[in-house]
Ligand binder design. Structure first.
Ligand SMILES: O=c1ccn([C@@H]2O[C@H](COP(=O)(O)OP(=O)(O)O[C@H]3O[C@H](CO)[C@@H](O)[C@H](O)[C@H]3O)[C@@H](O)[C@H]2O)c(=O)[nH]1
Length: 341
């Protein structure tokens, strides 16, 4: 990402763990300024103190309000759009809020960036956007479509818009790994929704790599996925327990939650049919046919997917030992073990 050197970058939703990791990374690459756009002044204050670096600038704004996004786009070269409602239950209960932030808000960010002369914008999506069954995934799927529609409708734009899709980020706030850690520390049973449920496992560093890959390689409307292994919830729980010295943890099966899938999908078979394999990544190019409807209705493409979807069920599946090795790569797990030993 050598182009980052001397450039100005905005991260929307920048006070989250992705935002602060990305901001550190960008400063390391020589960005001259990193703008953090978010709603939460307390989190911004915390981040300001932690960074203590005047190359990091803070903007209070809400992606739902384009006027509040524009100041964070002035003189900006690149944008990483991470602002979103990401929790499955809250979007399930308040889907209209997911529409406003994830769909309308993303469109505002794209339009504001485009009007301000931004050169490249990467939108962060999730595996839950593929064959979505919950409101969070549905709204993210429409965010992807909004980004692709910009690429198609503004083919002469100087701004390249692309999308990255990734699975569960291990140890992210509110996710299952810290829940399991706390249950073990409190000597409580591990609560498993469905022991055989699978999830793709990625680290925060993997998600930064993916966004960086998209940023460096994207053509307008491209969608990128990083290949990732997966584990069942039971394997994950046993791996966490074993790292904390409990080899036969007590397990309580509680049943799945609202809007949950048994397995997640990172690429549908139709996308795989169009995708190129770039080693650790898949790239799905934009279907850039123009808005001549007859091309859709009379002359469809012949390359219909014949493969399987790329899912957390058929990707590389980790054993307890493999999962422990992966967990040990996480800084949070290493510092937890240092504190426990
Ligand atoms: O006490 C618990 C809690 C969760 N799970 C299971 O653990 C897996 C992972 O759960 P969790 O970490 O909550 O992740 P997801 O529900 O898969 O969704 C997460 O991952 C998404 C990215 O795909 C984010 O956008 C969401 O905010 C985040 O909750 C799932 O199979 C859950 O059913 C349990 O077995 N026991």
């Amino acid at each position: 990402m050598s182009t980052i050197s001397e450039s100005v970058v905005t991260i929307t939703g920048g006070t989250g763990s992705f935002g602060s990791t990305m901001a550190k990374h960008l400063l390391g690459l020589g960005a001259s300024q990193v703008n953090i756009l978010s709603r939460d002044e307390a989190k911004q204050d915390e981040m300001r103190r932690a960074f203590n670096d005047d190359r990091v600038r803070f903007f209070i704004g809400d992606v739902r309000d384009k006027g509040s996004v524009l100041p964070a786009m002035q003189g900006v070269d690149y944008v990483f759009h991470a602002a979103a409602l990401k929790q499955v239950p809250s979007c399930e209960f308040f889907p209209g809020q997911a529409v406003l932030t994830n769909i309308q808000g993303s469109d505002n960010v794209i339009q504001a960036a485009s009007e301000s002369g931004v050169r490249s914008l990467v939108c962060l999506s999730t595996d839950k956007a593929v064959y979505p069954v919950n409101a969070m995934g549905m709204s993210k799927a429409l965010m992807e479509k909004t980004a692709q529609a910009y690429a198609r409708n503004y083919a002469d734009s100087r701004m390249t818009v692309s999308v990255t899709r990734y699975g569960n980020v291990m140890y992210s706030r509110g996710s299952v790994i810290p829940v399991f850690v706390k249950q073990i520390q409190d000597k409580k049973p591990l609560t498993l929704t469905e022991p055989q449920m699978t999830r793709f496992l990625m680290s925060l560093a993997d998600s930064v790599d993916l966004v960086e890959h998209a940023f460096s390689n994207a053509k307008a409307g491209d969608l990128f996925v990083k290949k990732a292994p997966a584990a069942t919830v039971e394997v994950l729980a046993r791996a966490v327990a074993s790292l904390l010295g409990v080899d036969d943890p007590e397990i309580r099966v509680i049943g799945s939650r609202h809007g949950e899938k048994m397995h997640e999908t990172l690429l549908s078979r139709e996308e795989i049919a169009k995708a190129s394999d770039e080693g650790d990544y898949f790239r799905v190019p934009l279907d850039a046919r123009s808005l001549q409807y007859e091309l859709y209705f009379d002359e469809g493409r012949t390359e219909i997917g014949r493969n399987e979807d790329y899912t957390s069920e058929n990707t590389l599946r980790l054993t307890v030992e493999d999962t422990k090795t992966l967990l040990l790569e996480l800084p949070e797990v290493r510092s937890l073990l240092e504190r426990t030993v």
